[in-house]
Design a protein around this ligand. Structure first.
Ligand SMILES: NC(=O)c1ccc[n+]([C@@H]2O[C@H](COP(=O)([O-])OP(=O)(O)OC[C@H]3O[C@@H](n4cnc5c(N)ncnc54)[C@H](OP(=O)(O)O)[C@@H]3O)[C@@H](O)[C@H]2O)c1
Length: 222
């Protein structure tokens, strides 16, 4: 499959109203996109009511999935597969950015997160299988929500992405590039097996020393 749609100011449907949903909604709205943010009860936190003088639309997960043209899944990792399966019909044919990580409810050990997946599977693959006609692209999951938009580091950091649809990966790469990232296309969704654990590494300085201003950069020879 190859969805060749380019992101020409699509309507952005964000499924999830936590820190990630709110940070991405703000970033897209500042860039003049139409944005709708979804939560289970169809509301969102008051702090997201108005961005740049504009109301932020709220809806249920299903309303947002039906309305949006480019969808972002930003729910708790353990709920993500079920949410994607429930919305499979609304997500069919759309590019879906999967920002989730398979973090378990167990406490981190010495700052090391525990995952409910293994190294031979990934949450990204589960989400893609749950919504088989969606063009799911894993992205934005390897940085704190505080730095997803216009990351401010000594040099431009790298965001690895992956997904089974080449056109969707290209669209997501263009979107992330416009928000200040260097994007590294890692191919099919199987690469999420390697990308998702990067977040375990990313979070160790945060848990040990409250250093959350961390991002990865892939260095390449000329
Ligand atoms: N926080 C970060 O800096 C960061 C960075 C990169 C990736 N991520 C990943 O991005 C995702 C979102 O993270 P977050 O920090 O914004 O908050 P979160 O607490 O992981 O997720 C919040 C969202 O998940 C929904 N949710 C929680 N339990 C649910 C359930 N049982 N069924 C359906 N939906 C449920 C909530 O719905 P309601 O709104 O209805 O409560 C809310 O919209 C996670 O997978 C996380 O691992 C987070």
């Amino acid at each position: 499959m190859n969805s060749d749609i380019s992101n020409d100011m699509k309507k952005i449907g964000i499924i999830g109203a936590g820190d990630v949903g709110r940070s991405l909604a703000t970033g897209f709205m500042i860039d003049n996109y139409d944005v709708m943010v979804g939560s289970r009860d169809g509301t969102h936190a008051a702090e997201l009511d108005v961005v740049m003088g504009k109301d932020v639309a709220a809806g249920t997960f299903r309303e947002v999935a039906a309305w949006g043209e480019l969808i972002i899944i930003a729910v708790k990792g353990s709920a993500a597969e079920g949410v994607a399966g429930d919305l499979a019909e609304e997500l069919a044919g759309k590019t879906v950015i999967d920002v989730t990580n398979p973090i378990s409810d167990a406490d981190p050990e010495d700052g090391v997160l525990r995952y409910f997946t293994t190294l031979n599977e990934s949450l990204g693959e589960r989400i893609q299988a749950a919504a088989p006609e969606a063009h799911v692209v894993k992205a934005w999951n390897t940085v704190s929500h505080r730095h997803m938009i216009s990351p401010d580091f000594a040099s431009i950091p790298t965001m690895p992405i992956c997904g089974n649809d080449e056109g969707a990966r290209r669209e997501v790469a263009e979107t992330l590039t416009s928000f200040g990232w260097h994007v590294e296309d890692m191919g099919s969704m199987k690469a999420a097996r390697a990308i998702e654990p990067l977040t375990m590494l990313l979070c160790i300085p945060g848990f040990l020393r409250s250093e959350w201003g961390v991002a990865f950069k892939l260095l390449k020879q000329d």
